[in-house]
Design a binder for this molecule. Structure first.
Ligand code: PLP
Length: 376
């Protein structure tokens, strides 16, 4: 039997200028880390995000979260609040630092961290003389979390926010860009994200001083001396000049990538929302999602699996929504404040193919497959 071409969940999509920047790195022998592409890429991101932000290009989104927590002062024995409904990379850096994660469930409106549960958790920890050192909120699948509500709580209790914007470059909250709405934002340029450097990330902070500190730590914490002198533990987390060249090319097309992904969402919604068994997450007033991945919530686990397996038969990749961190074996035993929202989403939700390079034919193939399954 002839297998149809594979449709991926989210595959890299080059714009055209990437090779030019990479070639420049080669022809000027800027192959060693650092160099003009790193500066250029950081400037591109700074300009794009707006505001008075300072950007450090790093080796991954995970490394960026690690350094964000580090420069906010998180250390051994501290507690850190973290959205439970996310990818494990949001939470792992808490453990790298010897700190303790406390997981907070989501709310139905945004699928992101529940302001209500967050405050309940903070009050509980303060009562027990364990005031959290930081909190990690995530714009999951590109949908902003309730930024004003979360920032108000952060201010009230004086706890800094790490804004995990790995999936949300191009998303906006009342016209302000996600990644630039907190004490420390992070981006990811992994291969499956809305733009990619094949692997990479960025840390976004509010002062040049904090940026310098992050860059210092990311380049082995070398003190100012002619020899190699170290008075603190460093990391090898800086982005390379070759990969930053890919990033510069990708930043030229970020707006196209956002509109293509939003069009995917509109197409799926137009063709599938007449079925009562499938629902979509709408934007709240003032929210603008990059629709990195189009997600559906089905009426049951059984239906979700039926759809997923029928798509697979047709060589179409789809995936259940993130399994909440409080359900993950690696985080077993850590305190969590839950309300059932993320567990239900994990049970019934599915990510549909959402690449910005999908053709109309691809999208139609996915929709027809799902329509046929619903008729089974
Ligand atoms: C991808 C991702 C990360 C980690 O980024 P990497 O660049 O892959 O290390 C962190 N948080 C979320 C929500 C992500 O989706």
């Amino acid at each position: 039997m002839l297998t149809k071409t594979k449709i991926y969940l989210s595959s890299p999509h080059m714009g055209g200028s990437e090779q030019k920047f990479v070639n420049e790195a080669f022809s000027t022998n800027w192959i060693a880390p650092l160099g003009p592409n790193v500066d250029g890429f950081e400037n591109d991101i700074q300009t794009y995000l707006g505001g008075n932000k300072h950007v450090a290009a790093l080796s991954s989104g995970t490394a960026s979260i690690h350094l964000a927590l580090k420069i906010l002062g998180v250390t051994n024995g501290d507690e850190v609040l973290c959205q439970s409904f996310t990818f494990s990379a949001s939470a792992n850096p808490i453990l790298y630092l010897g700190a303790t994660p406390i997981f907070i469930d989501s709310e139905k409106d945004t699928w992101n961290i529940s302001p209500e549960l967050l405050e309940i958790a903070i009050k509980d920890r303060i009562e027990k003389h364990r005031k959290p050192k930081a909190m990690i909120a995530v714009h999951l699948y590109g949908m902003p979390y309730k930024v004003d509500e979360i920032n108000a709580i952060a201010k009230k209790y004086d706890i800094p926010v790490v804004e995990d914007s790995a999936e949300a470059l191009g998303s906006k909250y009342f016209n302000r860009k996600c990644g630039a709405l907190s004490d420390a934002g992070i981006l990811s340029f992994n291969g499956n994200k809305i733009i990619t450097t094949s692997g990479g990330g960025a840390l976004i902070v509010n002062s040049d001083e904090l940026k310098k500190k992050a860059v210092f730590l990311s380049t082995q914490a070398r003190d100012n001396a002619p020899h190699y002198e170290h008075s603190s533990v460093g990391y090898n987390y800086r982005m390379s000049n070759v990969l930053a060249g890919i990033g510069r090319g990708q930043m030229e097309v970020i707006d196209d990538r956002v509109s293509a992904r939003r069009k995917n969402f509109d197409f799926y919604k137009k063709h599938l929302s007449q079925f009562d068994d499938i629902t979509f997450l709408d934007e709240q007033n003032g929210f603008f999602s990059n629709r990195w991945i189009t997600c559906i919530e089905t009426k049951s686990y059984e239906l979700r699996e039926k759809i997923r397996l029928e798509l697979l038969k047709d060589n179409i990749e789809s995936r259940p929504l993130w399994k909440p961190m409080h359900m993950q074996p690696v985080f077993k035993g850590y305190l969590h404040f839950t309300n059932g929202v993320s567990e239900t989403l994990f049970e019934k939700g599915l990510c549909l193919p959402s690449g910005s390079n999908l053709s109309q034919e691809d999208l139609t193939r996915v929709v027809n497959n799902i329509k046929n399954t619903l008729k089974l």
